[in-house]
Design a protein around this ligand. Sequence first.
Ligand code: DOR
Ligand code: ZN
Length: 343
Amino acid sequence: MKSITITRPDDWHLHVRDHKFISSILPDTTKRFARAIIMPNLSDPITTTALAADYRARILMAIPTGHKFEPLMTLYLTNQTNGDEIKRAKESGFIHGVKWYPAGATTNSDKGVSDIATCYGALAVMQDVGMPLLIHGEVTDIDVDIFDREEKFIERFLGKIISDFPNLKIVFEHITTEQAIKFVENSGPNVAATITAHHMLLNRNALFKGGIRPHHYCLPVLKREHHRKALVKAATSGNKKFFLGTDSAPHTEHAKETACGCAGIYTSHGGIEFYAEIFDKANALDKLEAFASFNGADFYGLQRNSDQIILTKKQTKIPPSIAFGDESCIPFRASECLEWAID
Ligand code: DOR
Ligand code: ZN
């Protein structure tokens, strides 16, 4: 049986939700990953260091006994975020990034940024203290086609941010297009990107295969096949600017299977296994460790993990649903198989 040993990976983009929901899903992450960047888009978003401290405590409480895990907290940028809040975040030692959600771009983004110019004071301090800006890079204009929102965001915002803050560390989150890959490749070493497994496993046809598929709906939305292939190529290229971020984003079955379903795909139950499958199919298993376990830590200026995990090519069944608080969540590839297993 094919098997590889790699340094324990980290998940550089994760949604663990809050309260009773955390403990249902966190074990899937802590079984695989040593650390995860925790997204701040709760219904009451994590806009201050004090809120992040409380949220972090709730996450720590949900770590299963015997698992070692460090939640790397983030702040949610708003038009009101100021430089002092950024300094407090940096001094806390547990906040590792500030997330820019354009207002209206995705789940719980209503309180996000409607005018990035109002955040320039905060961005200046972030640049000074080395606090990364994590970007949901999609424009929200109703007249921009949903499949073009990432490309338009690059054109309208990213060039300007980089010229105004040339030393700001930026993670372009969950990139989905050839344009985003090129942008990151052509930028300086302070610009990197996360890539999800679902954007590398599916193209946009998966949204409509035999009928509408709410469990394949996420944001940024799945793209055309040539973009999917380009993402696999970038992730498996060995370029240090690209690293693992699952963007695992659970919603209740009910919230997905409704007239106006939420965006988000739950993948933490195969958080590293889906990537092993992708890298194996691309004949690039030798590149998996850097992508999953080195590049993100190096970019964030954190130590690489020292323990290891073993991945084996062996099929295991994925359940039709998982418990999620008092409700259920349909995991990615429900009732089908994981192609790789973690020991
Ligand atoms: O699909 C997504 N789900 N994309 C996001 O940007 C947010 C996430 C969520 O929180 O559900
Ligand atoms: Zn996300």
